[in-house]
Structure formats: C-alpha cells, structure tokens
Design a protein around this ligand. Structure first.
Ligand SMILES: NC(=O)c1ccc[n+]([C@@H]2O[C@H](COP(=O)([O-])OP(=O)(O)OC[C@H]3O[C@@H](n4cnc5c(N)ncnc54)[C@H](OP(=O)(O)O)[C@@H]3O)[C@@H](O)[C@H]2O)c1
Length: 325
C-alpha cells in the first residue's frame, strides 16, 4: 500500500532546494497534517535553550514559552539575554523565563552554566543545543581549540555530560542538537576536525563540526549511561535569520522569499521538545518532523566508521576535560 504523504515527502527530498526551503515545510505540514505547536501544554517542563537570543533559537524559545515551559535562555551576553527574556515575557505572558550568559566555546563558562541550571531547577526535561555560527575567519576559543569546534562540538558535549544525571532523574528527557544540512557535504574527521589557519574555509569548518554533532548524537543515544534520555539531531532547512544574513548574505538575495521564517526553521525543534514522538526514538536525525538519513553521499558514509566515531568520542571528551568512558 502506497503512503501518499510518504511519497510526496520522498519526492520533495530528491532536490534539496524545495526540501530545505519553505516549500518543503509548507507541503509537509499539509500532507502530514502537523499538529499545531500551540496545542502543547508544557507547564512544569524545564528546558535550556542555547542560542536563544536570535533567529531559530529565539523563535523556538518564544513558542516554548507560549506553551508554558520553564526556560533558561543562553547567549553570550547577559544584557542581550535579559532583553530577550523581557520581550518574551511581555509577548507570551509566561513569567518562568530566566537567562544565563555563557559562551559555549569557553569551557569554564559552560561549567558555570551547568552549575546555574542545577542550582536553579531540580529537574531538567529538555536540553537544546542550538547556539551556532559560521565564521568566515578562523577564531580560537580560550582553550586554543578552533572556535566553531569548541562552541558547537566540545562545549555542547561538556554541557550534556554535566547535566546528564539531572536529565536522567527527570526522565523521559530529551537532548536536541541543531545541526545543518551543510553537514551532508562533510566527511567525519577527527584529525582534520579543526581546520588549520592556512586551510581555513568557514563553510567547510562549519560542515565538519555539524557532521561531528550528528555522529555524537548517535553515540550518546547508544550509551547505557544515557538510559531515559532521548537524543535527537536535526536540521532546520534554510531559514532567514540574522546568522544567515551575516554569514551568507548572497544566500538571502538568491533565495529571498523561499527561505523559511525563523519560526518555520524552529518548528521541528519545538515539536521534538514537546511531542510524545520526542521520547519514542533516540539517536535519530530529523527535518520537518520526519527522520532523515544522515548521509546523502557514499564518500561521507564511508568516513563515518565505528572506529572513527570512537576516536571522535575520545578526542571530544579529552578536549572537554571529561574522562572518556
Ligand atoms: N538559519 C539557517 O538557515 C540554518 C541552517 C542550518 C543550521 N542552522 C543552525 O541553527 C542554529 C541557529 O542559527 P540561526 O540561523 O538562528 O543563527 P543566529 O540568528 O545567528 O542565532 C545564533 C544564536 O546562537 C548564539 N551563539 C552564537 N555563538 C555562540 C556561542 N559561542 N556561545 C553561545 N551562544 C552563541 C547567538 O547568541 P549571542 O550572539 O547573543 O551570543 C544567537 O542567539 C545554529 O546552530 C545554526 O548553525 C541554521
């Protein structure tokens, strides 16, 4: 028996432009009859959202706040974070919002962030790793690690490690990582995960980090000590956000109105945080509320071996200052 919604969805997946733009989400929302996000009641659920001051993370935080969740918003500066908290309290009426300033690439600040979360709330239902940026110049984090890798691979790994016991105590809990469709072009690499100064290309560095996030997501889900915590990685398609405008201005000019709004880019993130589907699977990769393959190219699939994954886990754990288990 042919599943008509599945067929339409597979046709959309073939060329990436309709799939990743708002055409994809508009068609899928109709054929899959998406439940409105406003219908979820998240009162009593505690969630951390990194990168909540702008773009997709801000849109996700606003929707989660509307549904009644208790939120800790994370961005790099307290003043900007607090402005967003105040705006979201005003727009949603939800008073249970607070913020912590932390640069996810600064591991001391990530440790302070974890302590603040643990002190502030006795439960943690959802941890959302959304903070991210594509930098055209090579920057280094305080640890000396290339900044994209430090803030989007090592920092989130450290935060998950430090909050894992609280997540387990609140099970079923969820950890959701915002990757990118850009990772489809990148092989899994450990020795070249950080690009050297001479070879640095921002888009390539970003894709390598986003690929590593997706492999780590699967590894977390397979660990016996993660029992009760459901891990998800996803990509948002292409959304018109300040981050895209800054990193890829030509992108917006070419795709213009085809880009998703930040709220459309945030849809699957909020859905994974809110819907019971988010605790029915673990280790999967999502776009538009459906599981997706993590590889589209044979070359990237060949690179993503169990031994390289084990090497990645050890490298990231060491970089984060956590004992690799
Ligand atoms: N937009 C898209 O089409 C698209 C496509 C694929 C993937 N993504 C991913 O979606 C996520 C959100 O992107 P966006 O487009 O919404 O970008 P954005 O508008 O630039 O927002 C990025 C957010 O991340 C925070 N952030 C950046 N670096 C940080 C760091 N080192 N530590 C803590 N917070 C940091 C920023 O906060 P502060 O500046 O206040 O610190 C901001 O809240 C990223 O992971 C991005 O890679 C986006």
């Amino acid at each position: 028996m042919v599943d008509p919604a599945g067929l339409v969805d597979r046709v959309l997946e073939l060329p990436i432009v309709p799939s990743f733009t708002r055409i994809g989400s508009a068609v899928r929302s109709r054929v899959d009859d998406w439940k409105p996000l406003s219908s979820y009641n998240l009162e009593g659920r505690v969630m951390v959202v990194t990168g909540a001051t702008s773009g997709i993370g801000r849109a996700a935080a606003e929707q989660l706040a509307r549904c009644g969740a208790t939120l800790i918003l994370v961005g790099r500066t307290a003043e900007r974070n607090q402005q967003v908290v105040d705006q979201l309290i005003a727009s949603t009426g939800n008073q249970r919002l607070s913020q912590v300033a932390a640069d996810m690439g600064d591991f001391g600040q990530v440790r302070d962030l974890a302590n603040a979360v643990l002190e502030r709330h006795d439960r943690l239902d959802v941890l959302i790793h959304n903070a991210g940026a594509l930098s055209s110049t090579r920057l280094e984090a305080p640890s000396g690690i290339e900044a994209t890798v430090a803030s989007q691979v090592v920092g989130p790994f450290l935060l998950t490690s430090l909050l894992l016991d609280r997540l387990k105590a609140s099970q079923p809990a969820r950890v959701i990582t915002m990757s990118s469709g850009g990772m489809y072009t990148a092989r899994l690499t450990v020795d070249k995960l950080e690009m050297s100064a001479g070879a640095y290309k921002g888009a390539e560095q970003y894709a390598r980090a986003k690929r590593a996030q997706v492999s780590l997501n699967e590894l977390w889900s397979q660990r016996p000590d993660s029992d009760g915590v459901h891990f998800h990685a996803m990509h948002p398609g292409w959304a018109d956000t300040p981050g895209v405008e800054e990193a890829l201005p030509a992108f917006g000019r070419v795709l213009g109105p085809l880009l998703r709004t930040p709220a459309e880019g945030a849809d699957t993130l909020v859905w994974l945080a809110a819907d019971p589907s988010g605790v029915e699977t673990t280790g999967k990769f999502w776009l538009d509320r459906r599981q997706r393959s993590i590889h589209k190219l044979a070359s990237t699939r060949r690179s993503d071996t169990p031994s390289r994954r084990a090497e990645l886990w050890s490298w990231v754990a060491k970089a984060a200052g956590i004992e690799p288990v």
